[in-house]
Design a protein around this ligand. Sequence first.
Ligand SMILES: [Zn+2]
Length: 377
Amino acid sequence: MSESVAELAAELPLIDHHCHGVRTGTATDAEVQLLATESDWPAPPGTSVFDNLFGITVRAVCAPLLDLPRHCTAEEYLRRRGELGGAEVSARLLAASGTERYLLDTGFRASTITTPDELARLTGAATEEIVRLETLAESIAPGCTAAGFADAFDEALDTAAANAVGVKSIIAYRYGLDFDPAPPEPAQVTAAAGRWLTAIEAGAPARLAEPTLLRHVLWRAVELRKPIQLHVGYGDPDIVLHRCDPSHLTGFAHATRTTGAQLMLLHCYPYIRQAGILAQLFPHVWLDTSCAVSHTGPSSETLVRESLEIAPLHKVLYASDAFGLPELYACGSWLWRRAVGRVLDEWLADDLIGAADARRYVEMLGRGNAVRAYGLE
Ligand SMILES: [Zn+2]
């Protein structure tokens, strides 16, 4: 093989199996800074998110794509971004990500970002939809009765899932992964729906955090026999971190292993090793290092290396978890390619894999595993 794995990884068209739409229009400087972190807190005076590990990567990797010198200042970067406008910045940075297909979670702040069709037009790439279970339940809650909730949700899920390649649960952030792994009884679902709907009628926001209903919608998704994406670990400011450890999913993985559903563990940081063990032990558990790779920037190689420790190579996927900010797609892709190239080049140099294996594994990790998991071709 004349090329290094790093060169192969740099050129491979990727399937981004977990991401969101890009922001439409031009973001203000304040919005850019907010979208560039998972934290709700602003950076202290004299610093900015461009001093975070993601921001450092933006100034190194994205700056030249916007005709700026590498390592430009935050002020220079934001000024140039504003000059070019949102559409041009998105076009340049999404093209640089080298993504051939995006699988989009359409259930989070959908009004501010592109739909799958809009992203397909913007990039020329294929797009697919992932349905977020909690958002779907919240959309049918107004006008539902407690006794009618289960049927109404079934109908809504069948309709929404017909055009989607998978679904997603955020039970990690709404409750924790330490939920009762058994499906709830119908009477428990009706009683829980009654509590939730009564609270909504009394003025509470229609935010699904009722554990019985979270389990119910998750188990309904199991019956679809499609991939179910589950957020794990880092990736949201309102988490109780230790309850997002995927070790808590062991019982649910046992309970679902012969159902035909696939459990796609997203983010996984800092529990990448726990996720990798589950991916080795269970035939239907997969993992990625999305979100965290972008936010760990120059240090992200460690995360990708951990994802390649014990999980079978046919269970590890690429994803950016980009939301809104085109820099997240560009940096997520660039950092992941760099890390995979470095790790596999070491294996190649140590003669632990041959050139044909190296080619095959890079292709599997970057796109082939997603094709198989989601039945894309
Ligand atoms: Zn995510």
